[in-house]
Design a protein around this ligand. Structure first.
Ligand code: C2E
Ligand code: MG
Ligand code: MG
Length: 576
């Protein structure tokens, strides 16, 4: 198969070049990422080679024919192959004049999902070039390209394979040295790319790599092991000195001018695994453990240090997370996700005004609460289909109520903040609701406050679209994140949902009391209604009523219950 690929590549490269399709034979087939010019070619200089090729093309008048082809594939590793090919092409220069050129093409293919070309090298044997510098032997080419296969083309430091290889050497060479394996990723790197462009993203990665490499001590190694993930093998003396080093990474690895250009501060999620003294473990396992710790670090957003040490329990938790994700699609098919609704009441009249849709995962072992699985769905992207699935359930239920003449109140749907980045989100959201012909006034779109802060431009656009289509918008979890009051002026939402954590402590802390009261007042002044969540005691209800909060939601009045039970308990049937 690889033979066929290199043959196709070579033939199309020749055809493309001579048909004048592209300016540059090297760039014509290969993205910049793949383009790699060998040391030999660099000595000539890319420009010299290109001008030679252009000259060649200008001399050519007739047809070009491939006279001979020969390809060989060598396996370097079960997942990596080196392929080399030679071809002789014959060019018709003038009437009966022909010119033969030998081209040598070699490349590294690696198997990810499919075999794909990761490094490429081509040289043309022509007397004009050969006489100047000679050409590389096959063995030399193999060595050069093998070395290149260990280097990340973007940052010029080790890639995963190169890193593993260097770590293996170091561990073997220094059996008594204590080591830690560290992995770190850039928090929300995709936002850097989206906001500043991929060029800037690449520049950030290059800087980090350059500085990371410069800070290595003797007997240490580093590499860029995935898109935005770096790994290091650091010597370990004691925790305080290691932690000091790790804590400095965010400042040391990004030069001030880059930090300035990024405007917002970049954070790393860092995972540390202390390698056992006998160094006997597989390097892949060490990397896995550092990654598990890194993910732990990334989940503790409020964590001051952004780093975590690997501990045994994390492996079990990781296993449970993967199991949960594996089970989720089947659970969807088997209808294990149940629609629960919690009522909301007018605090003055006590009348039901709306309900909040909340999911419950009903398994044979018991009920799983959303806190156990929604964050995992978000992390792994399953939330994209899941929220539409739940929205569909809500709409189907509402359609049934409308058809049966049940009195319908608005239902609010929790939508993950990740949707904001989805291209067709608004269209797809409406499509679900319109499929059931639910009047848009019955749907409240609920989104956590941090989403409004992180992405306010897109949120303003989405809010506008939602309003134009008569949906109501609620800011959820108000008071838990870092939203400023300015948010309320920028995003014209309709409902402010004060988080239950804010209500706790209102009766012991006068400051909390003042803050709640002022927020409610302010929201009302700008035309928003306020829902307070987590009302568990009569005194809380009375207090909120007294200070003018409109709506309340809490276990005191009603817990979330299955949609059918909600109907029986709270909704009146009007006609039929
Ligand atoms: P949320 O949107 O802030 O929902 C309110 C949470 O507070 C619910 O937790 C509700 O059961 C709980 N709650 C309400 N009243 C009281 C009370 O008086 N005392 C106490 N202690 N808790 C009360 P729940 O159902 O566990 O949901 C947790 C979070 O999961 C929700 O927070 C929401 O952000 C998310 N969620 C739930 N269902 C979905 C869903 O279908 N899609 C998405 N994306 N997120 C969901
Ligand atoms: Mg909510
Ligand atoms: Mg809430």
């Amino acid at each position: 198969m690889i033979e066929k690929k290199i043959k196709d590549l070579s033939e199309s490269m020749v055809a493309c070049f001579f048909e004048h399709k592209e300016e540059d034979i090297f760039a014509s087939h290969l993205s910049e990422k793949l383009l790699w010019i060998s040391e030999e070619q660099e000595r000539y200089g890319k420009q010299a080679i290109l001008s030679y090729l252009r000259q060649l093309r200008d001399d050519y008048h007739g047809k070009v024919a491939i006279k001979q082809q020969d390809y060989h594939v060598f396996s370097l590793h079960p997942l990596i192959c080196f392929a080399v090919g030679t071809m002789t092409i014959e060019m018709n220069l003038e009437e009966d004049q022909f010119k033969k050129i030998d081209i040598c093409i070699s490349g590294i293919w690696q198997e990810e999902k499919n075999w794909c070309l990761t490094h490429f090298y081509s040289s043309i044997k022509d007397e004009r070039l050969i006489s100047r510098n000679g050409s590389l032997s096959l063995q030399q080419q193999l060595e050069v390209i093998q070395k290149a296969a260990m280097i990340d083309p973007l940052t010029q430091i080790n890639n995963l394979q190169g890193f593993e290889e260097e770590v293996a050497l170091l561990l073997k060479k220094y059996p008594k040295q204590k080591y830690v394996m560290i992995k770190f990723g850039i928090r929300d790197f995709r936002f850097v790319n989206r906001r500043h462009g991929y060029k800037m993203g690449d520049l950030v990665l290059k800087h980090i790599a350059k500085n990371l490499f410069a800070t290595l001590k003797e007997r240490e190694a580093c590499g860029r092991v995935e898109k935005d993930i770096f790994a290091m093998l650091y010597c370990f003396e004691d925790k305080p000195s290691l932690e000091q080093r790790v804590e400095q990474l965010e400042t040391v690895l990004l030069d001030p001018q880059i930090r300035q250009r990024l405007e917002t501060k970049i954070h790393f999620n860092i995972g540390i695994y202390q390698i056992e003294n006998n160094h006997a473990e597989y390097i892949k396992d060490m990397l896995d453990k550092a990654l598990i710790a890194q993910k732990k670090g990334s989940r503790s957003i409020s964590h001051r240090h952004h780093y975590a040490y690997y501990e045994e329990w994390m492996m079990t938790a990781q296993y449970q997370r993967s199991k949960l994700l594996e089970e989720a699609p089947k659970a969807m098919e088997e209808n294990e996700f149940s629609l629960y609704i919690q009522p909301q009441f007018d605090l003055t009249s006590g009348a039901l005004v709306a309900g909040e849709a909340l999911v419950r995962w009903i398994t044979k072992e018991g009920i799983r609460m959303p806190g156990e699985f929604i964050p995992i769905f978000e992390e792994q992207g399953f939330i994209f289909s899941f929220d539409y699935y739940m929205l569909d359930k809500i709409c189907r239920q509402m359609r049934k109520w409308i058809d049966e003449g049940v009195e319908v109140h608005p239902v609010s749907t929790n939508q993950s903040r990740l949707h904001i980045e989805e291209e067709n989100y608004f269209k797809d959201f409406c499509a679900v609701i319109d499929r059931y012909q639910i009047p848009h006034e019955y749907i409240i779109f609920e989104l956590t406050e941090s989403a409004f802060v992180e992405n306010s431009e897109k949120m303003i656009k989405l809010t506008k679209q939602l309003h134009e289509h008569h949906y109501k918008i609620a800011i959820d979890d108000f008071g838990t994140g870092y939203a400023s009051l300015n948010l309320l002026s920028v995003v014209p939402a309709d409902i402010l949902k004060i988080d239950k954590s804010m209500l706790k402590g209102y009766n012991t802390n006068i400051r909390t009391q003042i803050i709640i009261e002022k927020i409610i007042q302010l929201a009302h002044d700008i035309g928003m209604s306020v829902v307070c969540e987590g009302i568990e005691e009569q005194a809380e209800w009375e207090y909120l009523k007294k200070i003018g909060c409109n709506i309340g939601q809490g276990f005191l009045m009603g817990k979330p219950i299955e949609a059918e039970a909600y109907q029986k308990l709270w909704l009146k049937t009007t006609n039929h």
